[in-house]
Design a protein around this ligand. Structure first.
Ligand SMILES: [Zn+2]
Ligand SMILES: [Zn+2]
Length: 88
């Protein structure tokens, strides 16, 4: 019986898989898979560039004890995120 060992995290803009996490049973933590885009950082913080829509997706780095290394930020600096079909 295999437990799920891969987790896909979707891009908040285009809903395509943004990055994936692989379960590391030795550390009991999720690790970023090697085929995920690299984590970048700029004046606004950490981000990942979506390979499909090429948008800057804000990433929040998790505290050390968390099971996941980082999370997609709830608030994105993109007009399409979370407000699809809504005109300002
Ligand atoms: Zn967006
Ligand atoms: Zn995207």
């Amino acid at each position: 019986m295999n437990e799920p060992s891969l987790k896909l995290v979707a891009c908040p803009c285009c809903r395509a898989p943004l990055y994936s996490l692989v379960w590391d049973r030795f550390s009991s933590k999720w690790q970023v898979s090697n085929d995920s885009p690299p984590l970048g950082s700029d004046a606004e913080g950490s981000f990942m560039e979506c390979r499909r829509c090429v948008r800057r997706v804000a990433i929040i780095e998790a505290p050390e004890h968390a099971e996941e290394p980082f999370f997609v930020a709830v608030r994105q600096n993109c007009r399409r995120c979370g407000a699809e079909g809504v005109t300002p």
